[in-house]
Ligand binder design. Structure first.
Ligand code: AMP
Ligand code: MG
Length: 472
């Protein structure tokens, strides 16, 4: 059997200045570590032998029908604007249509240097490749919009980070790789023609119902709000919500220093370079407003009346805080079994989160314990929780099957940092078993087998991962 990918490419029909066509840099000894058969089937891909797939997804062989290119974009990184970033270590291989007709990108990450690599080596090491593979597939199983992982290949080469580490390439699938930063690139260069072409392409691909840039902005905002609230609902911190890591499709992208919280605290930060807490758990809702304001600015030149456009877009962005509050209330209401929470329920939710913060309660396990009517473990003052619980029971008495709802929205298991780190350490030693076990268990996060209950344990003090690194 030979690998067959039914490419139907479109990005390469955009003007030349949108990308640089090139192939991947070959690697010494590619070895297929993981391949996502379910996703491949959904994309109409016929799998080949492992050796052939390693050659293709390692970058040594261009698959038939591919049109490999590095995409250009800009972006605000930690608030500072970089007028040109682009795929510094990634290549878009091409696009395929899913069985449901939806167009998706197939992209390799870690595939070597491009004109946008700046000082980088164009490579990725095994740790972040497996972390992104695992986290993105876990997100998918949780029901959170995300890029997906198709394949991971070890390159047989070392990459130099703080030390020499085994290299790897991730092949991922996304609704597209169009970022807020892609719009910013053309906006910053006052390339109105490019901006219009990008807008038209984005609308046709993602928002065909949008009649005006206003409609498109509203639609992107709605998806991004839903996404960020979903992250918060599972205790997730993206870590690098730069505008180049914010997609127009509304999917989670670029799991760099991303992590799930164990103990709940609203200002938790994981990224080792986020000294100001810009991308802390709680601040994600503010940052998404800021990022959407950047997108709105980019759309202004598309309008004939600039002043009127600024006023209209400002009004749209200004609706975000209220929309976020509504979405948050809906999501966190459901987490405590209230199907349609109202503002009257806010104190009940807020008091629980305050208790959890004060007592350093485990985010995932606390909500799951409530869902299963079990004891909340590892808290300093169980009596305080009991008082809250009595109040809560009264409130949900009026709800229809609240705990069934809770078990559907509160996962029993998430990819805990210490487990992810342990999985990476094992993989570096050549043992992929922890990876495969985590993949299997996380594919059903709302239904945990008793035999896998160890994966719900918070880290021991010596296992706590305090920071995840950008050194990806
Ligand atoms: P990220 O932090 O992965 O979202 O990447 C931000 C920017 O840095 C993008 O333009 C990447 O392509 C680029 N980049 C990150 N790591 C590397 C690397 N090892 N080599 C070249 N470019 C990189
Ligand atoms: Mg990125």
């Amino acid at each position: 059997m030979t690998l067959q990918i039914p490419f139907q490419n479109s990005y390469g029909t955009l003007p030349d200045r949108f990308y640089t066509r090139q192939t991947a840099e070959p690697v010494r000894a590619p070895e297929l570590l993981a391949f996502n058969e379910g996703l491949a089937a959904d994309l109409g891909i016929t799998a080949g032998l492992p050796e052939e797939m390693a050659q293709v997804f390692g970058g040594n062989k261009v698959p038939e029908g591919a049109d490999p290119l590095a995409q250009i974009y800009a972006g605000h990184q930690f608030g500072g604007f970089s007028p040109q970033l682009g795929d510094g270590r990634a290549l878009l291989l091409g696009e395929v249509l899913k069985t449901n007709g939806q167009r998706v990108d197939i992209q390799m990450k870690g595939s070597g240097r491009t004109p946008y690599s700046r000082n980088g080596d164009g490579r990725a090491w095994l740790g972040p490749v497996l972390r992104e593979y695992l986290l993105s597939e876990a997100f998918h199983a949780l029901g959170i919009p995300t890029t997906r992982a198709l394949a991971a290949v070890a390159t047989g080469e070392r990459v130099q980070r703080e030390t020499g580490l085994p290299g790897a390439v991730l092949t991922r699938v996304a609704s597209s790789h169009i970022r807020v930063g892609t719009f910013q690139y053309f906006y910053a260069r006052r390339d109105l023609e490019g901006l219009q072409a990008l807008y038209d392409y984005t609308r046709d691909r993602h928002y065909p119902q949008a009649e005006t840039p206003h409609d498109l902005l509203r639609a992107v905002i709605a998806r991004q709000i839903k996404l960020v609230v979903q992250w918060m609902g599972v205790g997730f911190i993206h870590g690098v919500m730069n505008t180049d890591n914010t997609t127009l499709s509304g999917e989670t992208i670029d799991f760099g220093p991303a992590a799930f919280m164990d103990k709940f605290h609203p200002v938790t930060v994981y990224s080792s370079i986020d000294h100001q807490g810009r991308y802390s758990y709680d601040n994600q809702v503010n940052i998404i407003c800021w990022n959407m304001a950047q997108l709105a600015s980019c759309l202004v030149p598309l309008m004939s009346d600039g002043d009127a456009a600024v006023a209209a877009f400002t009004e749209i962005v200004n609706t975000m805080p209220e929309q976020i509050r509504t979405e948050w209330l809906r999501a966190f209401g459901q987490k405590i079994g209230i199907a349609s929470a109202t503002t009257e329920d806010e104190p009940l939710i807020g008091d629980l989160l305050r208790l959890m913060t004060q007592q350093e309660a485990d985010f995932t396990n606390t909500f799951r314990a409530l869902s299963e009517d079990a004891e909340i473990k590892n808290v300093s003052d169980p009596a305080a929780f009991a008082v809250w619980r009595a109040r809560w029971r009264q409130r949900i008495a009026a709800e229809d099957a609240p705990q069934d709802l809770m078990c559907r929205v509160n996962p029993a298991v998430i990819p805990r940092n210490h487990r992810v780190e342990h999985m990476i350490t094992a993989a570096v030693d050549g043992d992929m078993e922890p990876f495969h076990r985590l993949m299997r268990v996380l594919s059903k996060p709302y239904a945990l087998a008793v035999a896998d209950a160890d994966l719900t344990a918070p880290p021991q003090p010596n296992e706590v991962v305090k920071a995840t690194f950008c050194g990806t």
